[in-house]
Design a protein around this ligand. Structure first.
Ligand code: AMP
Ligand code: ZN
Length: 492
């Protein structure tokens, strides 16, 4: 029987502001859409926090036996410098500054994003569509919204009519904002706007002469509004009504609110059953953000080349650090916090590595079944990774007791315990054991190098250095053996 049948997942739905039983539209299948990065610069660790959480959601759904279609887009056009539909396209600005083609900017940062995802052990989504790959579909959706009477054209640009929509539906259903309040709070840009009302948002913008990212349309040579691509691509690949839509909290308004309005207008049904939003990663008590310069890049953490951290940290430690916090809480990033995570992570990995050496006994002193239930209960409770980790540390405690012969497991329990622990650590949380293959290859390389240096020392009759290398390796548990075909080594 598939695990999802015996695990009732609960999801905090930002739309209803309640934890709800998760029920997928089609039994056994889940459709999930997550807003992807705008590729005008390197994704920072704050972005990675959001994507990493949804990677774990994806992993857990797969673990439960769901067939998941996970769509995460790449925004490569239409995201303007501010949310009031004014300013330049972020990608075009970068292209102008660096005097390269906008698509070179897109390519550079898409490649960097994928590199980060690979280093941090992300599963690739099922589909990774781009905004520029769906211009035709975006134009079709705009036509449909105009036909339905919820959009209007002015001077070659098309705007969504929020007031008209709000007469029939609830604009603000997700963010809780009221259209009347928005009227008072929205900046009007020197009366230059073509909009009927300042809350209206662009579906299509006419490109001025400078604007190089442009496509022909029935209204003008121009480009789509940012919110449109996600309505179009989610509908195309997941249908008019799908299961989960995710993103960072900052996207709730206006981006997701506008997505709902566009999609609902076309289909007449609510597009998304469960909206999930991650909270922000902070640096120096402020939101990590590209525009304020308050950020660290994920690859800078791995290389240690940054001004924020005392040393380099592994990708798995950073993953562990992220998972120690609930996704709906803010998380403060710092070198101290990472060092604490590194210690916890090392204990967990040491225990997991020792798991293979454990021998079964006649008696179990630990209730594996109850522990396993607790692990699932934590993840079923809105993906509560910090609680899951606390249960993983109960497992670490048990392994350490077994090491000291103070606890034992029967063969069946041991099998169940190993499978469950490995599944949660590696498959669900996506952690990596640096004690395993990859690092042993590195150790082999380092020892071979020392053997070579020792050989050179002996050829130079530098017995002191040659003995020092041998003795210090012994102290580390590495034994050198000199034979007629050279020197070999063994690990104790
Ligand atoms: P962007 O590339 O700006 O569209 O952002 C990509 C994703 O990262 C979005 O889901 C944002 O909500 C999310 N995000 C941006 N800043 C942070 C942060 N400091 N912490 C967590 N998520 C963030
Ligand atoms: Zn989006």
């Amino acid at each position: 029987m598939e695990l999802y049948k015996e695990n009732q997942l609960k999801v905090y739905n930002s739309l209803t502001k309640k934890k709800e039983d998760f029920k997928s539209i089609t039994e056994g299948y889940v459709g999930m859409y997550v807003c992807g990065p705008t590729v005008y610069s390197n994704a920072h660790l704050g972005n990675v926090r959001t994507f990493m959480f949804f990677d774990v959601v994806y992993r857990y759904l797969l673990h439960l036996g769901y067939k998941v279609r996970y769509v995460r887009n790449i925004t490569d056009a239409g995201h303007l410098e501010n949310d009031a539909d004014e300013g330049e396209d972020k990608i075009a600005v970068k292209a102008r500054l660096e005097q390269i083609e906008p698509m070179e900017v897109v390519q550079r940062y898409t490649v960097d994003f994928h590199d980060v995802l690979k280093n941090y052990n992300f599963l690739p989504p099922s589909i990774e569509p781009t905004a520029t790959g769906h211009i035709v579909e975006q134009i079709e959706m705009i036509k449909e919204i105009i036909e339905k009477g919820f959009a209007y054209e002015v001077n070659g640009s098309v705007y969504f009519d929020v007031h008209e929509y709000n007469k029939k539906e609830n604009y603000g259903i997700l963010s809780g904002r009221k259209v009347e309040d928005l009227l008072n709070n929205t900046r009007t840009l020197d009366g230059q706007s073509d909009k009927k009302n300042p809350q209206d948002f662009a579906l299509w913008k006419k490109a001025d002469e400078k604007h190089i990212m442009r496509w022909p349309s029935p209204w003008s040579d121009g480009f789509p509004g940012w919110h449109l691509e996600c309505s179009v691509m989610s509908t195309k690949y997941l249908g008019e009504n799908f299961d989960i839509h995710g993103g960072g909290m900052d996207l709730k308004f206006p981006h997701h609110e506008c997505e709902i309005a566009q999609s609902q207008t076309c289909s007449g049904v609510t597009p998304v059953n469960y909206w999930m939003h991650t909270n922000m990663l902070l640096l120096n008590s402020q939101r990590m953000s590209k525009s304020t310069g308050n950020f660290i890049l994920p690859n800078e953490i791995l290389s240690g080349e940054n001004d924020i951290l005392p040393k380099a940290f592994s990708a798995s430690v950073v993953r562990f650090f992220n998972m120690q916090a609930n996704y709906r809480s803010i998380l403060d990033f710092s070198g101290d916090a990472l060092e604490a995570s590194e210690k916890g992570h090392a204990k967990l990995m040491e225990a997991v590595t020792f798991l293979e050496k454990i021998e079964a006994k006649n008696e179990s002193t630990f209730n594996v079944e109850a522990w396993k239930k607790d692990c699932y209960a934590a993840m079923n409770d809105d993906f509560n990774t910090p609680i899951l980790i606390s249960h993983l540390f109960e497992a670490v405690k048990l392994i350490n007791q077994i090491k000291e012969s103070n606890a034992s497991l029967t063969a069946d329990d041991l099998e169940e315990f190993k499978n469950t622990l490995n599944a949660f650590v590696f498959d669900v949380l996506g952690l990596m054991n640096e004690n395993s293959q990859d690092s042993s290859e590195k150790i082999n390389g380092v020892v071979e190098l020392l053997i070579k240096l020792r050989k050179e020392a002996r050829e130079n009759k530098d017995w002191a250095l040659s003995d020092q290398i041998r003795d210090e390796l012994i102290a580390l548990g590495i034994q050198l053996k000199d034979g007629k075909d050279g020197t070999t080594f063994s690990l104790n």
